[in-house]
Design a protein around this ligand. Structure first.
Ligand code: SAH
Ligand code: SF4
Length: 338
């Protein structure tokens, strides 16, 4: 088992069962998450018996680097192989406000959105919490810098791997763990309604982003077949519920695809759907992928769409894409490799 899969409480219990005191678990965590050791025998102040115990029961290596890709703006994409040979990827983006990493939560994705490179590859399995954490730790080691922001927007649907997601969030947020502030973490979902409602009660101040991509069921179902199970009205209802319970603003992700969801009439419809909700719309120019027939929205349409939202006092930003030259939309490095 991967040591990063273990919560502090579980480690305390495990060590207690082997007659080690509680503070030893805290020391181990310090070595893991602050020093970022790559072997247990790097823990200098620990008894030999404890190091051996950990060596016999846990592993420290989750990922093997297959390809590393750096673009001019500093974006770093890493393709990794898991212990069972499955491939995943993470993307590090250099922002003016700090280092931000996009992590993968599943091998493939079963939601199967028609525009997404990852969605064309059926899910092979969920990642464990530790395998998601390792993407951050390995990148920090590579950069020799801290990562300040985490977006759960890589391959996979995080709410389809819910237990591991929560475990992951609690370990990276723990001040004794990676100590990444909850407000610096964003989880993105395709809109699994019951999970959005459950998530509203989870108690951490983590940001939530919903991939809406269309204001009506006709367009949304074309893009996201999950819309048949959870249509726009239900997603909006779930957002309303979340806003009430968690009392935190929600991000609406909206990729702009040429002549599919970027028309003026669609922008106006989106205004109507979102009116009165404490949301903020992140417009993302679509990254074209070979697996899908869609084209990026023209610059003129992007700006027009943005203006309509803005004029109607919907909070909105238009993202300038990053790492375009290395296919930064998560999942593309992997699908090309396969
Ligand atoms: N499964 C989750 C999180 C991973 S996808 C979700 O769908 O929200 C993260 C974001 O990237 C989603 O908003 C998704 O719609 C978007 N995305 C996927 N493929 C893209 C592409 N080719 N260009 C731009 N955004 C894309
Ligand atoms: Fe899965 Fe998200 Fe891609 Fe849809 S956009 S297929 S939910 S990873």
């Amino acid at each position: 088992m991967l040591i990063y899969d273990v919560t502090k409480e579980e480690l305390i219990e495990f060590l207690k069962a082997h007659d080690f005191k509680k503070y030893r678990a805290e020391q181990v965590w310090h070595w893991l998450y602050k020093q970022k050791i790559t072997a247990f025998n790097e823990m200098l102040n620990m008894p030999k018996e404890l190091i051996e115990l950990l060596e016999q029961n846990y592993s420290l290596q989750a990922l093997e680097l297959v390809i590393k890709h750096k673009s001019q703006d500093g974006t770093l994409k890493c393709l990794y192989s898991l212990h069972d040979g499955h491939l995943i990827e993470s993307v590090l983006m250099r922002q003016h406000y700090g280092n931000s990493i996009c992590v993968t939560t599943q091998v493939g994705c079963n939601i199967g959105c028609s525009f997404c490179a990852s969605g064309q590859l059926k899910k092979k399995r969920d990642l464990t919490a530790g395998e998601i954490i390792a993407q951050i730790i390995d990148t920090e080691r590579e950069l020799k810098e801290r990562i300040n922001y985490v977006v759960v927007m890589g391959i996979g649907e995080p709410f389809d791997n819910y237990e591991n997601l929560l475990r992951f969030l609690s370990i990276i947020n723990d001040p004794k763990g990676l100590s990444i502030g909850a407000r610096h973490i964003t989880v993105s979902t395709s809109g699994i309604v019951p999970k959005i409602k459950e998530y509203a009660h989870m108690g951490m101040q983590v940001n939530l982003a919903i991939s809406l991509h269309a204001p009506n069921n006709e367009i949304r179902t074309k893009l996201m077949k999950i819309n048949q199970a959870y249509p726009v009205e239900e997603v909006i209802d779930a957002i309303r519920y979340y806003l009430k319970v968690a009392n935190r603003r929600v991000t609406i992700e909206y990729i702009l695809i040429d002549e599919v969801n970027d028309m003026e009439s669609v922008a106006k419809e989106l205004v109507t759907v979102l009116r009165g909700l404490n949301v903020y719309v992140n417009l993302i120019p679509y990254n074209e992928v070979i697996e899908a027939p869609y084209k990026r929205s023209k610059m003129e349409s992007q700006l027009k769409f943005y203006d309509i939202l803005k004029k109607n006092r919907i909070q909105v930003t238009l993202r300038k894409e990053q790492g375009h030259d290395i296919n930064a939309a998560c999942g593309q490095l992997r699908s090309q490799h396969l």
